[in-house]
Ligand binder design. Structure first.
Ligand SMILES: *[C@@H]1O[C@H](CO)[C@@H](O)[C@H](O)[C@H]1NC(C)=O
Length: 176
């Protein structure tokens, strides 16, 4: 039974090596879970790279937040300084949704002034989510320098079928 013992040993070795390399490669990857706590503590999904096109990165967007350690949202990035110009909270405690709307300075993340923007939701990027809620919808419009994100318990409160309408028509809210 010497053969099967050494086979076992090398299987264990391969398993250990793959755990070690998985740990290494997973390290720089940012998470795809965001959270909204209040107008000072919240996250948005953004392209993983500076200057990325919003719609072209709908399969790769990652969570960036106002600070690194957000409860329920591990491994998030932090917004570049000055990127968020304003943030206004709205919520409906009866329907159980919460949203943040406001202005960005697109230059702080190299976003293109010709980028009409796009939408992120639980299906794009696949697996992305807003901690504590079943659904979310986010639109970012670099050309208008506005953004909006709403997290919802109920699907109908987070409409994902109007991505070209823009923040003001889809979610309303304050964009000052
Ligand atoms: C989006 O879906 C809602 C709910 O199903 C529907 O009432 C609305 O007409 C749809 N809008 C568009 C633009 O497809």
């Amino acid at each position: 039974m010497l053969f099967s013992k050494s086979l076992f040993a090398s299987t264990v070795l391969v398993a250990l090596l793959s755990v070690a390399s998985a740990g290494k490669s997973a390290n720089p990857v940012k998470g795809q879970t965001g959270v909204i706590r209040n107008a000072k503590d919240f996250c948005l999904f953004l392209p993983p790279m500076y200057g990325g096109d919003i719609a072209a990165n709908e399969d790769r967007a990652v969570a960036f937040c106002t600070k690194p350690n957000m409860p329920g949202a591990p491994k998030v990035g932090v917004f570049p300084a000055g990127f968020i110009k304003s943030a206004h909270l709205a919520r409906d405690t009866k329907k159980e949704w919460i949203q943040i709307t406001g202005r960005i300075d697109r230059s702080k993340y190299g976003l293109n002034k010709k980028d009409g923007g796009g939408q992120y939701d639980i299906k794009a990027p696949v697996g992305s989510k807003c901690a504590g809620y079943n659904h979310y919808v986010e639109l970012i419009e670099p050309d208008q320098q506005i953004y909006c994100i709403r997290c919802c318990k109920n699907k109908l409160d987070c409409p994902v079928n109007k991505s070209t309408y823009g923040c003001k028509k889809v979610l309303g809210g304050n964009y000052n």
